[in-house]
Design a binder for this molecule. Structure first.
Ligand code: UDP
Ligand code: MG
Length: 149
């Protein structure tokens, strides 16, 4: 089983999309391992988006992410990192497939509602930035026998 880091960004929180987004991951069969609503401090925003630090859009991105609370989650399941990336859709919502979260709820690349880790390595790194060891919950979900063969 794999875990991935997912975050509803401030635009998604303000637009009341947390419930809809959580529902989609639950309905897919993924298991929630942890969640928290939080105003992110600048150090963790810089750390999360470290690869983009020198890009021209970085100051605007950091200001957007710190403009209000984010809803941080850890989701677990078979191939969770790639499955969730497909569910959130392309970075630019104008190109995101209908049926994906960005393809259904966003229009602008700078207000694309949700973040998800792009590889198992990023997932481990990002979960480590935002969740303390022991904060994520290990438990058995009773529907596993009908979700997995
Ligand atoms: N972003 C932006 N302008 C750009 C590229 C990216 O505002 O030209 C923002 C956007 O919010 C995106 C985030 O920076 O989600 C991180 O970019 P990345 O390429 O990692 O996309 P993601 O992994 O979120 O799909
Ligand atoms: Mg990315």
């Amino acid at each position: 089983m794999e875990r991935t880091f997912v975050m509803v960004k401030p635009d998604g929180v303000q637009r009341g999309l947390i419930g809809e987004i959580v529902s989609r991951f639950e309905a897919r069969g993924l298991k929630l391992a942890g969640a928290r609503l939080e105003l992110l401090p600048e150090e963790r925003v810089i750390e999360q988006y470290r690869e983009h630090r020198e890009k021209p859009f970085f100051p605007g991105l950091a200001a957007y992410i710190m403009s209000g609370p984010c809803f941080l989650m850890a989701w677990e399941g078979k191939g969770a990192v790639a499955v969730v990336r497909r569910m959130i859709g392309a970075t630019n919502p104008a190109e995101a497939a209908p049926g994906s979260i960005r393809g259904d709820f966003a229009l602008d690349i700078g207000r694309n509602v949700i973040h998800a880790s792009d590889s198992p390595e990023s997932a481990a790194r990002e979960l480590g930035i935002h969740f303390a060891p022991g904060e994520l919950v290990d438990y058995k979900k009773i529907d596993e026998s009908v979700i997995y063969e």
